[in-house]
Write a protein that binds this ligand. Structure first.
Ligand SMILES: Cc1cc2nc3c(=O)[nH]c(=O)nc-3n(C[C@H](O)[C@H](O)[C@H](O)COP(=O)(O)OP(=O)(O)OC[C@H]3O[C@@H](n4cnc5c(N)ncnc54)[C@H](O)[C@@H]3O)c2cc1C
Length: 519
């Protein structure tokens, strides 16, 4: 075999998965059709739960160091409305500016440091699988080649060739609005006022934020006083050529149609257009072929796709590795579909709700928007929607979830005291290994966990206000099992054994190779 896992596509999802697989001790081979990382302006940065996960991996600083700008105040659009988390002590949603080409460079560097092989200029054009292997036909500058591995993951984006070759349907909707997004310098005839409004010579004042008209939506806003961030959304048959870059004239015409004014524009630093889709595959896996990222789901609102795709990979990586190492219990890989399909459906829930809020052009829709905006002023709904868009409220329906309210949720970053000093859940997660965390000196439970010590890390620690006597945490940060406070040994031990063997197989004395993190 040429690798343990073939990853098709070196976009953010494929590169992140390559790193996760290396951390779990298996050999990925990434095949990317483009000869190099392209400077195409797509996502402007990372937001939501992936930032927390990168912190749990000990890698957040690397991404922050690559960011071209300080973190913006936590204010986000919820379609045409604003969610302002600035008054909350711990905002549920945060963003890190990191243009996608830079993000891909950081992920590429990280994956290579961990030992992943990335071959660029290699397009996958054919696939076949049997009970033990997957084979990909690959076209490159030197002709056609064939590579074989135990699994193949399609991280090849919205138009996924892997998905098509595997015959996996991609049901859903494509919405008719065309969105245009631009950043231009502020021309002399425009003054940006202190509250963000524009004062335009011979036109008048244009309000900061979203303006809705009969023709669609317009928005202006920027975190950089030298630049105007501009956005239009209008119903239009998408007859533009995707390969033709958007022009300043196209943007000017769109603003004229939507807003009815000729807005003077400076030099563009970013010009993009796109349409929204709401799509999700019904099966994330077909035998030895698996899908992740945009290949598996598309959401009809901005700012959530990267988090969804990158979190797919942290769920998938260790499960594929367990299978390749030969200790995965039956059904482990199917839990990737169960958990990430549920997470994708939850992201579709709020992004499609945003479509409903956006597309209504009658008094009833106006009333819905007004009511929704009122709710977004109160802390509780603001927190709830914030956690939903961040993707931090996901609770997987794991076996035994009735046993403890924490099972299936993302582990809180508890501050911990150990014999070796102060630490935290986040620090323990740097190894990307499963963790058994004893929070109440429970030798009865530790002793059981020790049978699986080759596959999980075992820690004992104290914390203030412990939420459970002990926790079992997956490498993706979600809690697989928890003992209630002072839970008697007999019930706790029974459920713990079930969880350990359900997730980590029979406790054979095999050693999972761990590779050192780069210092
Ligand atoms: C204008 C715009 C703005 C966006 N803004 C945001 C944002 O602010 N926040 C956010 O979260 N998301 C945003 N997105 C979405 C985000 O860019 C995508 O979700 C993200 O790129 C998906 O990553 P991916 O790795 O799954 O797929 P892609 O990034 O599409 O990567 C797929 C890779 O696979 C390669 N490939 C395809 N077919 C083959 C093949 N047959 N063989 C080999 N290689 C192949 C491609 O060349 C590509 O490199 C935006 C998108 C656009 C277009």
């Amino acid at each position: 075999m040429d690798a343990d896992v073939i990853i098709v596509g070196a976009g953010p999802t494929g590169l992140m998965l390559a790193g996760e697989l290396r951390l779990a001790g298996v050999r990925p081979l990434v095949l990317e059709r483009q000869p190099q990382i392209r400077d195409i302006p797509k996502a402007g940065g990372l937001s939501g739960q992936i930032l927390q996960l990168l912190r749990y991996r000990g890698e957040l600083e690397r991404f922050e160091a690559a960011s071209p700008a300080p973190r913006p105040a936590p204010r986000f659009p919820f379609d045409g409305m604003h969610m302002d988390f600035t008054q909350l002590a711990d905002p549920p949603m945060q963003a890190l500016p990191l243009p996608q080409p830079r993000l891909e460079r950081v992920l590429d560097e990280l994956a290579r440091e961990l030992g992943a092989e990335i071959r660029r200029g290699q397009e996958v054009v054919g696939l076949s699988q049997d009970d033990a292997t997957v084979t990909a036909d690959v076209r490159g500058p030197d002709g056609q080649d064939r590579v074989t591995a135990g699994y193949l993951v399609g991280c090849d984006g919205a138009g996924s060739r892997v998905r098509d070759l595997a015959g996996i349907p991609f049901p859903g909707i494509t919405y008719p609005e065309v969105q245009r997004l631009a950043q231009v310098t502020v021309p002399e005839s425009v003054t940006v006022l202190e509250n963000g409004d524009l004062d335009v010579a011979e036109v008048g004042r244009i309000s900061f934020g979203f303006t809705r008209t009969d023709r669609g939506e317009f928005a202006v806003g920027s975190t950089n006083p030298a630049l105007m961030g501009l956005y239009t959304s209008e119903d239009e048959s998408a007859d533009y050529d995707d390969d033709e870059p958007m022009t300043l004239t196209e943007l000017r015409d769109s603003i004229r149609r939507v807003l009815g004014v000729d807005l003077p524009l400076g030099e563009p630093t970013r010009l993009t257009r796109f349409t929204f889709h709401a799509r999700q595959v019904e099966r994330y896996r077909d035998g030895r072929i698996v899908l992740a990222g945009d290949a598996a789901h598309l959401f009809p609102a901005p700012g959530v796709a990267l988090t969804a795709g990158l979190l797919d990979t942290v769920n998938l990586g260790w499960k594929l590795a367990a299978d390749i190492h030969g200790w995965a219990p039956a059904g482990l890989l199917d839990t990737y579909h169960d958990e990430r399909h549920l997470a994708g459906a939850r992201t579709l829930l709020h992004t499609q709700a945003q479509v409903a809020l956006r597309r209504g052009h009658d008094p009833a829709a106006d009333a819905l928007r007004e009511l929704f905006q009122e709710l977004l002023v109160d802390e509780q709904p603001l927190r709830r929607i914030g956690a939903l868009i961040a993707g931090s409220d996901i609770r997987y329906l794991l076996p035994g979830h009735d046993h403890h309210a924490l099972i299936g949720t993302f582990a809180p970053d508890l501050t911990l005291r150990t014999d070796r000093g102060a630490t935290s859940v986040a620090e323990f997660m740097h190894t990307a290994r499963p963790i058994f965390l004893d929070l109440d000196d429970r030798p009865d439970l530790r002793k059981i966990a020790q049978d699986w010590q080759h596959r999980i890390d075992i820690h004992t620690a104290d914390t203030d206000h412990r939420p459970a006597d002990a926790l079992l945490i997956h490498p993706d940060g979600h809690i697989a099992w928890a003992a209630t406070i002072d839970e008697p040994t007999d019930t706790a031990a029974l459920v713990l054994r079930e969880a350990l063997s359900g997730w980590f197989g029979t406790p054979l004395k095999t050693t999972v190779p761990i590779i050192d993190r780069p210092s």
